[in-house]
Design a protein around this ligand. Structure first.
Ligand code: OAD
Length: 245
């Protein structure tokens, strides 16, 4: 893509009253975290995330699912936010109105300073009881298997698993932002998991300019302007061009 395209998109960004962004696993790729559909490594290579991130998998083998999340948490705690996360934190300060919607559970947006954040799929570093729903402290949790809550239920990560409902208030707020924004950025997501993927359609139908940032051009939603490349490279350039003048 040319500098001219970036400058034109930066103009749209600067002129927008409300900017919304939807992020997926790709934005954390440059922080060293594997994306959801990439092969897992090491011991976990033979499992598909789709077979572990389900209530059925947890009911069948709670220790296996718990250990997989412990491994993913260790990757997250070793990772740092990258330039793309920081660019979105800056965008929140610069745009008159900004909403950040993420499918990620890694907490890197918050660690980069984003505050107007809707975490649609939860947070891998929080825990709640699978039976009574009570939140649990996060210190001293074992890696081998889930501890029990006072009610006798097992603790689980506070994430949304396949087949589970998304948090209603967050999803509603995200849909409102998609409907009201002037520019909708879709960053590092394959756009295949609903209802999050449906937000792009809502934005488009309501007249937002949709900009997709992804190294895989085929992941861009139809009708979006494509910036083909890494988010950690392109997003800081776009935000800098928009607000440095
Ligand atoms: P995916 O793993 O499906 O897609 C990651 C996307 O990031 C792909 O389109 C890649 O091309 C793109 N990508 C890779 N490197 C990138 C980079 N450096 N910069 C920008 N983009 C890059 O992850 P998600 O779309 O986030 O849900 O997956 C959505 C949901 O599917 C997850 O939240 C999870 C899973 O089911 C639940 O667990 C409920």
């Amino acid at each position: 893509m040319t500098q001219q395209t970036l400058s034109r998109l930066a103009d749209h960004l600067r002129e927008a009253h409300h900017v919304a962004a939807l992020t997926g696993a790709g934005i954390s790729r440059e922080s060293g975290l594997p994306t959801f559909r990439e092969a897992q490594s090491g011991l976990w290579a033979r499992y598909r995330p789709e077979d572990l991130a389900t209530p059925e998998a947890f009911a069948r083998d709670p220790a296996l699912v718990w250990r997989w999340y412990a491994w993913r948490r260790s990757l997250v705690s070793d990772a740092e936010p990258n330039a793309a996360h920081y660019a979105l934190a800056r965008l929140e300060e610069e745009a008159p109105h900004f909403t950040l919607i993420t499918q990620n559970v890694d907490g890197l947006h918050r660690r980069a300073g984003s505050r107007q954040l809707l975490e649609l799929h939860g947070d891998i570093t929080r825990f709640r009881c699978a039976r009574c729903g009570r939140y649990a402290p996060t210190d001293d949790l074992p890696d081998e298997g889930p501890p029990s809550c006072d009610c006798g239920g097992l603790l689980r990560p506070d994430v949304v698993w396949f087949g589970e409902a998304l948090p209603g208030a967050e999803l509603e707020h995200a849909a409102e932002a998609a409907a009201e924004c002037d520019v909708f950025l879709v960053i590092g997501t394959s756009g295949v998991v609903y209802p999050a993927a449906g937000l792009t359609g809502i934005a488009m139908r309501n007249g937002a300019r949709v900009i997709s940032i992804n190294p895989d051009a085929s992941a861009a939603p139809a009708g979006a302007v494509q910036l083909t490349g890494n988010a950690a490279d392109l997003l800081p350039r776009l935000v800098e061009l928009a607000y440095s003048a």
